[in-house]
Write a protein that binds this ligand. Sequence first.
Ligand SMILES: Cc1cc2nc3c(=O)[nH]c(=O)nc-3n(C[C@H](O)[C@H](O)[C@H](O)COP(=O)(O)OP(=O)(O)OC[C@H]3O[C@@H](n4cnc5c(N)ncnc54)[C@H](O)[C@@H]3O)c2cc1C
Length: 428
Amino acid sequence: MAEYDAVIVGAGIFGLATAYHVKKLKPYDKILLVDMMGAAGQGNTAKSAAMFRCFFNSRTNLTLVDTSVEFYRYVHEKLGTDLKLRWTGYLWLFSEQDYRDVEPVLKGMAEQSLEYKIFDEKELAEKLEMTTCVTADEEAQMMGLEDANIGVLVPKAGSVDIDELVKFYEAEFKKMGGETRYNTRVESITVDPETSLGMPSEPYFWQNPRASGVKTSKGFIKAKKTIVAAGAWASTILDQVGIDAPMKPIKRQLFSVRANTEDLKHLLYAKGFTKENCMPFTILPKPRVYIKPALEEDSFWFSYGDHFPRAFKLEDDPQPEENFYKYGLYQVATKYFPQFMGCQPNGAWAGQYVLNTLDSQPVIFEENNVIVVGSCSGSGNMKGDAVGRIAAALYAGQEYALLYGDKQFKVSDLGLKKRNVEPEKLII
Ligand SMILES: Cc1cc2nc3c(=O)[nH]c(=O)nc-3n(C[C@H](O)[C@H](O)[C@H](O)COP(=O)(O)OP(=O)(O)OC[C@H]3O[C@@H](n4cnc5c(N)ncnc54)[C@H](O)[C@@H]3O)c2cc1C
C-alpha cells in the first residue's frame, strides 16, 4: 500500500487551506485530501454567509482575519482569480446605552488605526428608510427590542464568493501535485505500535502507539501524519482514539428574501455607506439579527445566532425551521425595516457552527501523529487562510507560521497546552 506523508480528512475551507499551504511548504511531500462528500467545500463551508470583517479588538482575531482577507484580496486582485470580493461594510446598530458601553473599546481600536464611521439616528433613517425608534411600538416593547440610535460602519468588511475560494485552493493544491479523493468516508484513525512485535491486538500501551493513517469506506490509507479537518464531524473520529478538542456543533440557519419591490430595491442599493453603494451587512440592536445584502441574487439573507436553549448536537443534514423566520427573524426585522412586511423567504438552509466554548478561537494541535484543525466558531471562512498556514507550519515542525504579509504567528498559541489567545473585548 502506497504511504502518504499526510492524509487530510475534510475538504472544507480548513482542510483545503491546510492542504494548499502544506504543499507550499513541503512541495515534495505526498499529500492526500479526502472527503465523504462528492466534491470539495460541500460541508458547512457551503452553508456560510461568507462575510468577513477586519475589525476586532483581540490581536488573535484581528491577525487571523486580516491576514486571511489580505490574502484573498491578493488572489482576487493580483492572481486574477475572481473571488467576487465585495466591500459592503458592516453596520452595527446600537441603542444609546449600548453604544456608551462599547464606545471606550471602539476608541481604543481607532487609536490602533482601525477605521469606523458613526451614523446618527437621522442619517440611518434617511439612508435606510428605517424605523430607528422602535420602542414607541407596543409589540416591539413586548419583544424587548431597543432603539437604533447609533450606527457604527466598518468599511474593511464584506463578502467573498466561497465557492470560488474553494475552487482556488483545490485547483492550486492539485497543480502542486496534491491528490484528492471524494465520496470517501473516514471511519476511523488506524493506530500502530512504533515497533511491531507481531503480537495479537497490537498496539499495547507500552508500545508507543501512533496514528498510521485512516480506515475509509473504500479501504485503508497509510500516512505518516493524519490531519483531521472534519469540521462538525471531527469528534466522531477523534473520540474513538481518545483525542479531545473543544468542538460543539450548533445549528445556524439562513433565510433568503428577494428584493422584489421598489422599496426593497431601494434598501438593497442604499447609497452613502461604502463604494459598493448598497446596504451594508447590518446587525440590529438586540437581539442581534443580521441582514446580509446578497447583491449577486438581488436578495437579503437573514439570520440570528441563537444560544440557550438551542442544543449542541451534530446533524448531518440540519434543516431550517420555518417558525424561526416567521416568529423570530421576520418579527424583529420588520420593526426596524417595514419594507419587509409580508415578505416570505424564497430560500432557506441550515448548517452548523463548531464552537470552541472556551475562547471562540480555532484549535490547531498535534497528538500522536494526529493534527487537529477545527473549532471555527462561526468565523472559519474569514480566518481560513491563516488557519491553513498555522496548521501547515505545525505539520512542517515550525515554531512560527508565516501569515500573509510576512506576519509571524506562534503555532502553539492556537494549541491546547501552551494556548495563548487574546480575549475579544468587542462583544457585540
Ligand atoms: C449558516 C452559517 C453561516 C456562516 N457564516 C459565516 C460567515 O459569514 N463568515 C465566516 O467566516 N464563517 C461563517 N460560517 C462558518 C464557516 O462556514 C465555517 O467556519 C467553515 O466553513 C468551517 O470550515 P471547516 O473546513 O472546518 O468545516 P466544513 O466546511 O464543514 O468541512 C469539513 C469537511 O469534512 C468532511 N468530513 C467530515 N467527516 C468526514 C469523514 N468522516 N470522512 C470524510 N470527510 C469528512 C465534510 O464532508 C466536510 O466537507 C457560517 C457557518 C454557517 C453554518
